[in-house]
Ligand binder design. Structure first.
Ligand SMILES: [Zn+2]
Length: 565
C-alpha cells in the first residue's frame, strides 16, 4: 500500500483490456504512475457482450502484479442494445450466460466486484407476465435476490470457494428498489458492498447529485453492512477539475477503505485530473490517520424508500453533518427525518417514543404532509397548506428576545405556507412577505422532547439561498459540538475524537465562523500547509461555554482541525 490510510484503486473495463496490447498497457501503467500511486486494479472480464479471454487475462494479471498492483476481478452485467444495457434476468439464456461469467471470473480472481449496472429495467413480455399483479419494485427486488443468490454467488463460489464477492451500489439510491437493487437483502448475501460516490457536476447535469452524496451514500452503506463497505467509487465524467477533486475529498472524509478512481483509460487520457487527485491523496494521507470515526445528526433512510429524493444530501450541504441509518435511530438524542421516513409503517410510534425519551425530532414539511391521517396530528397539529409564497426576506424570533432583524436570502424562494395554532407552537424562523409571515422552522413540546417542523422549499436547492442567520439558527437547535455560522454550501464533517473538517463548495473565498461548544477551546489545524487562515473574530463575542473562531476558506478547499481544551 502506498498510503497509510486507504487503498487507492482503479478499474480496467473489458473493452480497454481487449483493445490494447500488453505493451500498450505497460506504457499506460508507466504514464499513470507519473501522476498518482495506485495500489490495486479491478480487471474486468465481461461488459456488454465483450469477454476477455483467459490467455489475455492471465497476461494482463501478470503485468499488473509485476508493477506492484493487487488484482481483483470485475463484471459489468450488461448486454448491447437495451436501455442502459440492462439485462433481462428472466431470460434463461441470460441467466445461464451470467452464471458462466461469474464462474469464469471467480476462477481467475479471489475477489470480484459487480459494477453498478447490476439492475433490471426490462419490461419484455416475459417480465410483464412474471411480475403479475405486484408492482415493478416488488417483482424486481425479488428477482434480483434470486439472481444474486442462485446465479452470481452460487456459480462464483462453486468455481472458487475462497472468492469474495462485492456488490457496488450506484449513486441513485432513492431509485434502487425500482430497478431491483435490494439494499436490505443483497448485502447479506455478498461478502462486501461498495458505494458509488460519483457526484460529478452537481450544477448542470440531468442527474440530481448534490455533492454531499459523495459522503452520505458510503456512510449509509457502511451502516447497512458495518465494517464491510469495501470503498467509494467516483469518476470524471462531466467533471471540472474542481468537481473531480471534491469527489475524492468526500470519499475520503467518509473513511472509505478503498478510493476507486474509475477507470484506468480515463486516468491515462486525463493527466491533469489524475495528477490533481495524486496530490490530494499525498496531502490527505498526512492527516487522515488523526481523524476518528464519522459522527453527526442521526437521520433515517428506510430500505426501499423514497420520499423527498436527495433531500438529505441538500441538508448536508447546509453545514449539517448527517449520520444515516437504514433502521430508525431509536437511541439518538436528535433525529432528522425527511418524507423518506413515511415508508416505515411504524414511524409515528417511533417518533413518539423518541420524544417521550426527551429527544429532539426534526421533520420536514414533506414528511408532515405524508403523515397526516396516520397520527402526526396527535403529536402536534399544523397544516401544510397548498398556498405557496415566494420571498427573499426572513427573520428569526427567539422567545423573549427581539427578532434578529430582517435578513435577505440570496434570491427568491418559494415555500408552502404552514398554518399553526399560535401559542401552542413556537415559530423560530419565518419567511416574510408584505403583511404576512410564514413559518420556516417551528417547534412544539411533546413529553420531555421537542418536535420541529422545517418547511422545505419547492425547489430543494433553494435551501442554499437561505440567509446565514437562518441556517445558523437551525444548526444551533441541533446541539452539535461544532456549529457553523455561515452561508450554505460549506460542509461540516465531524468525527468522534474531537476532530472536524470544513469543506467549501463555494466558488469564492469565504469567512466561516466556527463555534465550539466549550469554553477556552483552541482549534489546531491538522495540516501545517493548510491554506486558509484562522483568526479570532473581529468583534469579540461573549457566549458562555463557547469558543469562536473565524476560518478563511479558499474556494473549493478544505481545512481539518483538532479541538483542544
Ligand atoms: Zn425481460
Amino acid at each position: 500500500m502506498h498510503y497509510k490510510n486507504f487503498v487507492n484503486a482503479t478499474y480496467a473495463p473489458a473493452g480497454y483490456l481487449n483493445d490494447n496490447s500488453i505493451e500498450q498497457l505497460k506504457a499506460d501503467i508507466e504514464q499513470v504512475g507519473r501522476y498518482i500511486k495506485i495500489d490495486k486494479i479491478y480487471l474486468e472480464t465481461y461488459r456488454s457482450d465483450i469477454l476477455v479471454e483467459r490467455e489475455k487475462m492471465e497476461a494482463v494479471k501478470a503485468l499488473f502484479i509485476k508493477h506492484g498492483y493487487q488484482v481483483s476481478g470485475g463484471i459489468t452485467t450488461t448486454v448491447k442494445q437495451t436501455l442502459m444495457g440492462s439485462m433481462c434476468f428472466t431470460d434463461p439464456e441470460n441467466r445461464k450466460r451470467l452464471g458462466e461469467i461469474a464462474a469464469y471470473t471467480a476462477e481467475l480472481f479471489d475477489e470480484v466486484m459487480l459494477d453498478d449496472f447490476y439492475f433490471t429495467n426490462c419490461r419484455c413480455g416475459n417480465c410483464i407476465k412474471e411480475k403479475g399483479n405486484h408492482d415493478w419494485a416488488h417483482f424486481r427486488l425479488k428477482l434480483m435476490n434470486d439472481i444474486s443468490e442462485n446465479v452470481i454467488i452460487k456459480n462464483a463460489k462453486a468455481a472458487n470457494k475462497k472468492v469474495k464477492m462485492i456488490i457496488k451500489y450506484p449513486n441513485w439510491y432513492d431509485s434502487y428498489q425500482a430497478c431491483g437493487y435490494n439494499l436490505e437483502d443483497e448485502p447479506k448475501m455478498f461478502d462486501a458492498v461498495y458505494a458509488g460516490t460519483e457526484t460529478r457536476d452537481p450544477h448542470f447535469t440531468h442527474q440530481n447529485l448534490p455533492r454531499y452524496l459523495s459522503y452520505f451514500l458510503p456512510r449509509l452503506i457502511e451502516r447497512v453492512k458495518p465494517g464491510k463497505n469495501g470503498g467509494g467509487w467516483y469518476d470524471l465524467f462531466e467533471c471540472s477539475l474542481e468537481d473531480y477533486v471534491q469527489q475524492a475529498y468526500l470519499t475520503m472524509f467518509a473513511k472509505c477503505r478503498e478510493n476507486m478512481m474509475f477507470c484506468m483509460p480515463l486516468l491515462v487520457n486525463a493527466p491533469p485530473y489524475t495528477a490533481a487527485v495524486g496530490a490530494v491523496y499525498d496531502e490527505a494521507d498526512l492527516f487522515m490517520g488523526e481523524i476518528g470515526e464519522p459522527v453527526g445528526i442521526a437521520c433515517y433512510k428506510p430500505y426501499h424508500s423514497h420520499g423527498e429524493r436527495r433531500l438529505y444530501d441538500f441538508i448536508g450541504m447546509l453545514g449539517i453533518p448527517l449520520d444515516p441509518y437504514p433502521e430508525y435511530p431509536a437511541k439518538a438524542r436528535i433525529v432528522f427525518l425527511t418524507a423518506d421516513a413515511a415508508w416505515d409503517e411504524e414511524i409515528i410510534p417511533k417518533i413518539k417514543q423518541s420524544l417521550l425519551n426527551g429527544s429532539k425530532v426534526f421533520i420536514t414539511s414533506g414528511l408532515y404532509e405524508k403523515l397526516v391521517g396516520r397520527g402526526i396530528e396527535h403529536i402536534m397539529h399544523l397544516e401544510i397548506t397548498n398556498n405557496k409564497i415566494t420571498t427573499d426576506t426572513f427573520t428569526n424570533s427567539n422567545f423573549n428576545q427581539n427578532n434578529c432583524g430582517y435578513i435577505k436570502a440570496a434570491g427568491q424562494i418559494t415555500l408552502p405556507h404552514v398554518a399553526y395554532n399560535e401559542n401552542d407552537l413556537w415559530v423560530l424562523s419565518s419567511a416574510l412577505t408584505p403583511y404576512a409571515s410564514h413559518p420556516l422552522l417551528i417547534r412544539g413540546a411533546y413529553g420531555s422532547g421537542s418536535l420541529y417542523v422545517l418547511t422545505v422549499p419547492d425547489a430543494m436547492p433553494d435551501l442554499y439561498k437561505l440567509p446565514a442567520e437562518t441556517l445558523t439558527l437551525l444548526r444551533r437547535e441541533l446541539d452539535l459540538p461544532v456549529t457553523l455560522e455561515s452561508v450554505a454550501r460549506v460542509g461540516l464533517f465531524l468525527y468522534d475524537n474531537n476532530t472536524f473538517i470544513l469543506q467549501s463548495f463555494l466558488e469564492r473565498p469565504e469567512r466561516v465562523r466556527v463555534c465550539i461548544n466549550k469554553h477556552g477551546a483552541a482549534i489546531v489545524p491538522l495540516l501545517k500547509s493548510q491554506v486558509g487562515k484562522i483568526r479570532p473574530p473581529e468583534k469579540s463575542r461573549n457566549i458562555e461555554g463557547e469558543s469562536v473562531f473565524d476560518v478563511y476558506l479558499m474556494p473549493g478547499r478544505y481545512a481539518a482541525f483538532r479541538i483542544e481544551v
